[in-house]
Design a protein around this ligand. Sequence first.
Ligand SMILES: C=C(O[C@@H]1C=C(C(=O)O)C=C[C@H]1O)C(=O)O
Length: 131
Amino acid sequence: MTAEHHASQAFDFDPTASSLAGEVDPSVMEELLSIRSSIDNIDATLVFLLAERFKATQRVGVLKARHKLPAGDPGREAAQISRLRNLATEAHLDPAFAEKFLNFIISEVIRHHEAISADHERQAGRADSAS
Ligand SMILES: C=C(O[C@@H]1C=C(C(=O)O)C=C[C@H]1O)C(=O)O
């Protein structure tokens, strides 16, 4: 089963949903829907990839909390942003967009790491007051 099939079953997705229905030539609509089916597959893949990335970053967050390391790592971020800017250029993707997108994800990861760390500290505090 493809990711698209999986997602459309789960959420009762209508791949033909459009505000343009009935307003464009049927052959244009057919071509649009055909291109959109690729977009549907790509978007489903993005969601699965992001879910896997966040699973990995949650593990980093737990490791950092256990060892009292800071949530953010600006040195790592700079290296990763530079690498992805170069990859974006090679792939004909706007490097400024790639940087913005990565920074958006990283800021969410840092928020998670701060929450994991605060939670860890609260649990450590409770364990101390119980002993
Ligand atoms: C995931 C980490 O934590 C933060 C998030 C990063 C990311 O999402 O790529 C990179 C560096 C850190 O600011 C990490 O340190 O590896």
